[in-house]
Write a protein that binds this ligand. Structure first.
Ligand code: 3H9
Length: 725
């Protein structure tokens, strides 16, 4: 609600809807009532609008967009009403003024902000545009280039930058409300015309059309299939071409297009899913509501390879003092140099730079080869390479050296947490923390609890994720956990498609057109084909331990493709060797071009194995890769490895480049319709009976049979008994 109060000549309207003062219908109604009351009261000479609890407003109530009586059209007229007031209206911005919240402030005649406040129009990130006249007012206030940047990226800007842009009139370090009331009193009686943004012309940019064309090209390049950025652009362009009222009409039309697009629903689902996964729970009954984290005052990272370096950088950025350990001086020096390089680069991006990060101070970042220095740390993250024997040796050592309460984390992408924990005397304090490369950039942290992991350990790892500004997702222990386990059948299908007649660039293109940042073959070249090769050799799927007489394209009774192994045998490890699924300009090069050698190799391979080459269309590429990944997701849910489809979706959006505007794989399945996903899997499974990944999971079949219920009801169809945990 909005609370109206009158003190002296300034009426105060306080937006009140905890926790972020979202503008629900009720809040808007109360705001409108407050404005009318102030208008009608002759003793009121000015109005001040602020928010409850140190926050102005986070914008329209996102849940309201799916309500039967949609919020959409209600906010713009209220903003107009503010602007047309004959009494000056001052916005006192504390905390955040985002989306519709900032649009309310733009309707006010004056804006004053606390120095720590943040402002932005993040609608684009929810698949929308600022639909309360923000696309028309902002360019009039701060100019087209800055407005386009804010509106098409959705970035939040600090008050200091807002002041430089002219978005606010003043910033204060002390009491914003008092300062706003002082300002309101000061401006009583001054002409309001120049303060009404709708009456201002849009500032001219030399060669506006050329500027806009270039800006549009940039927006399209970055949008990768997402509609909202381009429609945001169109709304701002309308401001440059038409009078205010026509621009508002155009904004409303475009807003409606976005509102009814599936993309807005997917992005809003993703927003809430990211918040829902914070409320973790395990099948054993542990949950976020009852578990308390332990403080982490000092941490340690073991192993300064690619992952360890990123993890150290992340911890330093989170202001957590730490010890970085390597096995010998040579590796330590190499690792230290690489870490320092990363930190210098990160510092350059920050205000205050190296001083803020303080990484030259040994009390905050200490490099060592001495395990004894790990005695008093609260948390250790082991990040050595994926080798069970080595990890167990390290954990055995840690359990002897570290203090009793220390949490022992292993950064692994697939290994069994319980087996690692068995090497210690404290399995309840062992947990998997699967970082994604580069670890100081990627937002996802998969947190894997083992059979004995305590709720405190899970809560501490989740708290660490928050401190590192990452999205922590708690999952159970199985080979590949959630992310990589779902990735296996996807990559497997991609390779099978090559065997059957497709090309790496055709498969990649189909998936990149779908919205993935990078297709599976480009990804494999980037990560290095040798990584998977080593793992397959360890599993006895290829290499010297493969029993003589094993059929080339079959393992353990299932279809197997030796193509990636053959490429490795030819020294084609991907970018690092200058050739893999593609050809690169040089070893370490990044520009992938289709390689005639590979196409010839594929055709010989098909001849050798009697495979008839056929044309595979985009639809089949997408369905086989995506539906097999989704199918594995249903198996994971049925096994209780993740507590809901949102977990899988958050993992895929934040760790695997899944296009956010498609809401994650499980959300995508719900939009395709489960009966259709099932029918397609059945079709492909009949055509490829030796591929278990295509056989529809029992849970998917059940959900399709009960009538394709909405995603939020899926888990209620799982009986307790079906959980393997
Ligand atoms: C808009 O304004 C459209 C208009 O242009 C035009 C209309 C015509 N609505 O993130 P947190 C909830 S579109 C409803 O955990 P933080 C959130 O779900 C809107 N609920 O805290 C969570 O609930 P729960 C444009 C909202 O401190 C709780 O508040 N605005 C909204 O890390 C706390 O949130 C945006 O896109 C909302 N608008 O971050 C801003 N916002 O506790 C979206 C939050 O049950 N919001 N909630 O899980 C944010 O970016 C962050 O929430 C914010 C706080 C930075 C504000």
């Amino acid at each position: 609600m909005a609370q109206y109060a009158r003190g002296s000549a300034v009426a105060v309207i306080r937006l009140r809807n905890p926790p972020v003062n979202a503008l629900s219908r009720a809040v808007l109604q109360a705001l409108e009532d407050g404005l009318k009351k102030a208008d009608a009261d002759p003793s009121v000479k000015a109005v001040m609008i602020c928010g409850e609890n140190g926050k102005f407003s986070a914008g329209a109530d996102i849940r309201g967009f799916s309500a039967p009586k949609r919020l959409g059209g209600a906010l713009g007229p209220v903003v107009s009403l503010i602007e047309s007031s004959e009494k000056p209206v001052v916005a006192a911005i504390e905390g955040v003024a985002l989306g519709g919240g900032l649009e309310v402030a733009l309707g006010c005649h004056y804006r004053i902000a606390h120095v720590k406040a943040r402002m932005g129009l993040p609608e684009v990130t929810l698949g929308l545009l600022p639909g309360a006249e923000g696309t028309q007012r902002l360019p009039r206030l701060i100019g087209v280039p800055a407005a386009l940047d804010m509106i098409t990226t959705g970035k939040h800007i600090p008050a200091t930058e807002a002041l430089k842009l002219g978005l606010v009139d003043e910033i204060v370090e002390e009491n914003t409300i008092e300062a706003a009331i002082r300002l309101a009193n000061k401006v009583i009686g001054q002409p309001l015309g120049p303060r009404r943004l709708s009456l201002k012309p849009v500032p001219k940019v030399p060669n506006m059309e050329a500027f806009l064309d270039e800006a549009l090209a940039k927006v399209k390049r970055q949008a990768r299939g997402c509609l909202a950025p381009e429609l945001c652009f169109q709304a701002v362009r309308a401001a440059t071409q038409s009078p205010f009222a026509d621009g508002v009409r155009r904004e409303r039309e475009l807003f409606q297009v976005l509102l009814s697009s599936g993309q807005a629903q997917a992005l809003q689902y993703a927003f809430f899913a990211e918040r829902a996964v914070r409320r973790w729970a395990t099948p054993g009954g542990a949950s976020w509501s009852s578990a308390a984290p332990q403080p982490v005052r000092r941490a340690a990272v073991i192993g300064l390879g690619t992952m360890g370096r990123g993890i150290v950088t992340s911890l330093v950025k989170a202001n957590i003092p730490l010890v970085a350990l390597e096995q010998d001086l040579e590796n330590l020096n190499k690792g230290r140099k690489a870490v320092m390089f990363l930190l210098e680069r990160e510092a350059m991006k920050m205000e205050g730079g190296a001083q803020v990060l303080d990484f030259h101070n040994p009390a905050r970042l200490q490099f060592t080869v001495d395990f004894d220095l790990l005695r008093d740390v609260d948390l250790v993250i082991e990040a050595v390479f994926e080798n069970m024997a080595l990890k167990k040796e390290i954990f055995h050592k840690l359990s002897k050296i570290c203090k009793p309460g220390a949490l022992l984390c292993t950064n692994t992408s697939a290994l069994n947490i319980d087996e690692i924990a068995s090497a210690t005397n404290r399995p309840q304090q062992v947990i998997g923390t699967h970082f994604f490369s580069p670890a100081h950039v990627m937002r996802l942290l998969e947190i894997i609890y083992g059979r004995h992991t305590s709720p405190t350990a899970i809560a501490t790892a989740m708290q660490l994720a928050t401190a590192l500004k990452k999205v922590g997702v708690v999952v159970g222990n199985c080979f590949g956990f959630v992310g990589n386990r779902m990735m296996f059948p996807y990559v497997q299908q991609a390779v099978f498609l090559l065997e059957e007649g497709s090309r790496p660039d055709a498969v990649d293109q189909a998936l990149e057109d779908f919205g993935f940042k990078i297709g599976p073959f480009r990804m494999s070249d980037l990560a290095g084909l040798d990584v998977g090769w080593r793992s397959r050799k360890d599993q006895g799927l290829t290499g010297p331990s493969l029993p003589a007489g094993t059929p080339a394209r079959q393992r353990r009774g299932q279809r197997y493709s030796p193509l990636p192994d053959l490429l490795c045998e030819h020294g084609r490890f991907g970018q690092k060797t200058g050739k893999g699924w593609y050809l690169y300009e040089k070893a370490g090069g990044r520009t992938a071009t289709p390689d005639p050698w590979l196409l010839n190799f594929l055709s010989q391979y098909r001849d050798t194995h009697g495979i008839q080459t056929r044309f595979i269309d985009q639809e089949e590429i997408l369905e086989r890769c995506l539906f097999s990944l989704i199918n594995e997701g249903f198996a994971i849910l049925a096994e209780g490895i993740a507590s809901g489809p949102e977990h899988l979706d958050v993992i895929y959006i934040n760790g695997y480049g899944w296009p956010k505007h498609r809401g994650g794989p499980m959300f995508y399945a719900s939009t395709v319709g489960l009966p259709r996903v099932l029918a397609k899997l059945q079709k492909y499974s009949e055509a490829h009976p030796d591929v278990p990944g295509l056989q529809p999971s029992a849970f998917l079949k059940k959900l399709a049979a009960v009538g394709n219920p909405p995603l939020k009801e899926w888990m209620s169809y799982l009986s307790q008994q079906s959980s393997k945990l």
